[in-house]
Design a protein around this ligand. Structure first.
Ligand code: GLC
Length: 795
């Protein structure tokens, strides 16, 4: 495809490499991030994922001798030879990534002729993916390699040995490991090899394929069915640095409004309004916190987007006002499919302005979704995005607080959209093959921008379909799971890998969407949900009810217990999102992200970290009342419930009756806590509780806490406070020094005082800025209230 390497030309950090048959542009973005680009299909097109690329290449040296082009950055050495074969090594000289040069062939699928036809007839899906590929890059696979990322994919945390495709797909049958596609396409892969991590972001919106040692254990590959070759190599050596590098390219999730971290209740169908009111009233009557209620498609008039069914919801504005007085925010679903219906303003405007995707002859393309015959707004056209953005105010002016984008793969009931459906692609006519995977991304972007314009607040958008970079505009949920234990188990690796792929604000339908939930499954799922960034219980029409009270008193009280805990943890979660906006690091993370030096963490599917300080090991087996927990090496861990302390680097068996989710807090951590409230803002939080888990003797721990108005963009102008808390235990284990200080003062509201809970201590005396102050000692902790300053605690 490339032929012999002939020479090169350098223009600062861009090196154009001439091959006999093609040329490749290598751009050093930073010393650790390198882009490889070949215009195989068209001129270079603007990336859909990367909107603000900051190049800071540092010093680089380029040399061409004996047929080898060598590029040295401050971190990496890249060698390019004939046929565009690339070898990348770190500074130690160890090879990270190397093109596979062998003749390796795929494993054989045995069977032929009649057998295949019969199997297909019975409904077996026979893979023919390989036939479509237009190019494929093979990289040598070292047996000691683990793979992560790839956004939302079924299966386990480590993706080695599997084959996946990137093609946004709505398939409501129960998602299992054999599914190669789901709703999102994020072609970003992380490899961890001999404790060295690196990633590939394969920036193509065409269908792409990742084979991670499935077809041949000697190599892994990525391939696409069309378009240009355009990929970024992102070096670690830590997985954290790879994730941060990737989110430097594709963006991080902006800080959301605080209430979006509260509990959310949804169901297809909370209609008519009496039913919605009944749900709202029950939350308040039963004192189960809830911030958000969702309205699914049945609030609309005949599934016409941006309309209301006035029989079911006679006065939406009044209804939303009333719910607001109860502390509820309402989020409404909007699908892309616009009903084909003359006289319906959205359809008429779309048609008049040529806003819909067309067939190859320019005639608006029609398929079917909920409203029957429907057309598909061409979100790849900026004018359409602007129109769609403006339409958001139809909803927000009535008091809607967030928009839920669904069916935006796009889903279509009368077969998939043909390849040749035409899109505008901001002025370059493009077919469906190139736009499909980015359709939902653009819809989310338009929605985000519209809500921002209309309200001035931080927009809350949820989307089902995604491409790389969608995290800048929207939160995501993992679509139509089912009330199956298998799906509770799978929720963990899916969400962890989404987090590693830049999509930090994610969640699953708690309790499961399809099929009927059981009391035990809901009890265990809410224990996971309490720690997932998006915490929403949602279920399908015709399934049994699954609100927190839908089963029995025990299930209700377990739901209340974990939803209460979630509300206590709100400042901790908000701090994590504030950090994430800067670092791109996820809230819900696999253990290996923080414990890369401990290989025992590399394949843990059923435990996760919520930020650095909290380890969650949920029970995900029906009937289990105990579980094995691995506590990673390098930290000491304190049982959140019993306060028992455990050294890391060991497996323990934790007893976990139905109301206990095993949770461990890392020693030397501060966990900021709010009081339980029915909804965010119900109570003014004048006192911040700091739950402190002591450091080892002679050691220290610290924590940065962030505070702002929780809703506006004023924080970007400096309107926020930062606090720094540190704790140091002296070498004799007798004196604890805690310092509570404000390090940035930009937001007018602050805390009157802090309630410090010193776990596993029995203080003898406490002084604040050298003056003795009162304190309380209970069974396993000491409580001190202080305005801030230097605390000395004698133990
Ligand atoms: C899709 C969504 C689901 C929603 C349903 C009806 O299946 O994934 O969440 O409830 O459509 O709108």
């Amino acid at each position: 495809m490339f032929g012999e390497l002939i020479g090169y030309a350098r223009n600062q950090n861009r090196i154009t490499v001439e091959f006999e048959k093609n040329k490749v542009i290598i751009t050093v973005i930073t010393p650790s991030i390198i882009n490889f680009f070949a215009a195989l299909a068209s001129e270079r097109r603007p990336s859909k994922a990367i909107e603000h690329l900051e190049e800071a290449p540092g010093v680089l040296i380029v040399d061409f001798s004996e047929g080898v082009l060598t590029i040295r950055t401050e971190q990496l050495t890249v060698k390019v030879t004939n046929e565009f074969e690339v070898t990348i090594s770190g500074h130690s000289g160890a090879i990270l990534s190397e093109d596979y040069r062998g003749t390796g062939t795929a494993f054989i699928r045995r069977g032929a002729g009649e057998g295949i036809a019969m199997a297909a007839e019975e409904g077996h899906k026979l893979s023919s993916a390989e036939e479509k590929i237009s190019y494929k890059l093979k990289k040598k696979l070292n047996p000691n390699t683990f793979f992560y990322g790839l956004g939302e994919k079924t299966g386990h945390l480590n993706k080695k040995g599997y084959h996946y495709r990137m093609w946004n797909t709505d398939d409501p049958s129960p998602h299992v490991e054999s599914f190669e596609t789901l709703y999102k396409s994020i072609p970003f892969l992380i490899a961890l090899k001999d404790n060295q991590a690196f990633g590939y972001f394969f920036d193509t919106t065409f269908e792409s394929q990742f084979d991670l040692g499935k077809e041949n254990s000697e190599y892994y590959s990525f391939a696409a069915v069309g378009g240009n070759l355009d990929y970024f190599f992102i070096y670690g050596p830590s997985v954290k640095e790879v994730v941060t590098g990737y989110t430097k390219l594709t963006g991080t999730t902006p800080l959301p409004q605080l209430w979006t971290l509260g509990y959310q209740q949804s169901r297809w169908a909370y209609a008519p309004e009496a039913r919605l009111n009944e749900v709202a009233d029950t939350f308040r009557k039963k004192a189960i916190p809830c911030d958000v209620l969702h309205l699914d498609i049945d609030y609309m008039d005949g599934y016409r987007v941006f309309t209301w069914d006035r029989k079911k919801f006679p006065n939406p504005e009044e209804l939303l006002k009333k719910l607001k007085t109860q502390g509820f925010k309402v989020v409404t679903i909007i699908d892309p499919g616009v009903k084909k219906d003359r006289g319906y303003s959205i359809y008429d405007q779309g048609l008049a302005n040529h806003y819909f995707a067309t067939d190859k002859d320019g005639i608006p393309y029609v398929n079917q979704v909920w409203p029957g015959d429907a057309l598909f707004p061409d979100f790849s056209n900026e004018n359409v995005r602007n129109w769609w953005a403006d339409n958001q105010k139809i909803m927000t002016n009535l008091g809607v607080s967030g928009i839920w984008n669904d069916m935006n793969e796009p889903a279509s009931f009368k077969g998939p959209l043909p390849d040749d459906v035409q899109f505008n692609n901001d002025g370059i006519q493009t077919d469906h093959r190139e736009i499909h995977n980015v359709y939902g991304h653009y819809m989310a972007k338009a929605t985000y921008e519209g809500i921002k314009r209309a309200t001035g607040k931080r927009p809350f958008v949820i989307t089902r379909a995604c491409y790389a970079g969608t995290q800048k505009y929207s939160t995501v949920w993992t679509g139509d799971n089912q009330s199956l234990w298998e799906h509770l188990r799978m929720a963990l690796p899916i969400l962890m890998n989404l987090g590693l792929s830049g999509v930090t604000f994610c969640g699953t339908d708690v309790g499961g969407f399809g099929f009927d939930c059981t009391s035990e499954l809901l009890s265990r799922w809410v224990q996971v949900g309490a720690f997932t960034p998006l915490f929403r219980n949602h279920s399908s029409i015709f399934t049994r009810d699954q609100e927190p009270w839908a089963f029995d008193e025990q299930t209700e009280s377990i739901n209340r217990k974990y939803i209460n805990l979630r509300y206590q943890l709100l400042p901790y979660l908000y701090d994590l999102l504030h950090d994430e906006e800067i670092s791109g690091l996820p809230i819900m993370r696999p253990l290996l992200l923080d414990y890369q030096n401990d290989p025992k963490t590399y394949e843990i599917n059923d435990q996760f970290l919520c930020g650095e300080a909290i380890l969650v090991a949920p029970v995900v087996e029906q009937g289990a009342k105990k579980r094995l927990v691995y506590l990673p090496k390098g930290s000491r861990w304190i049982d959140f419930w019993t306060k028992e302390s455990h050294q890391g680097g060991q497996y323990i068996v934790k007893t976990a009756p139905l109301d206990v989710c095993p949770i461990y807090v890392k020693a030397a951590s501060f966990i900021p806590l709010y009081p339980v409230q029915n909804y965010v803002g119900e109570k003014a939080v004048n006192q911040l509780t700091l739950d402190l888990y002591l450091p080892e003797k002679g050691e220290a721990g610290s924590y940065i806490h962030y505070q702002d108005d929780g809703e506006s963009f004023d924080y970007r102008k400096g309107s926020y406070n930062l606090y720094e808390f540190t704790a140091h235990l002296d070498a004799s284990n007798k004196e604890l020094h805690v310092s509570l200080s404000r390090t940035h003062n930009g937001y007018e509201k602050s805390y009157d005082s802090f309630i410090l809970i010193l776990n596993n201590t029995e203080a003898q005396s406490v002084s604040l800025n050298d003056a003795p102050i009162p304190f309380e000692v209970t069974k396993d902790h000491t409580v001190v209230t202080a305005e801030g300053g230097e605390l000395h605690i004698k133990l």
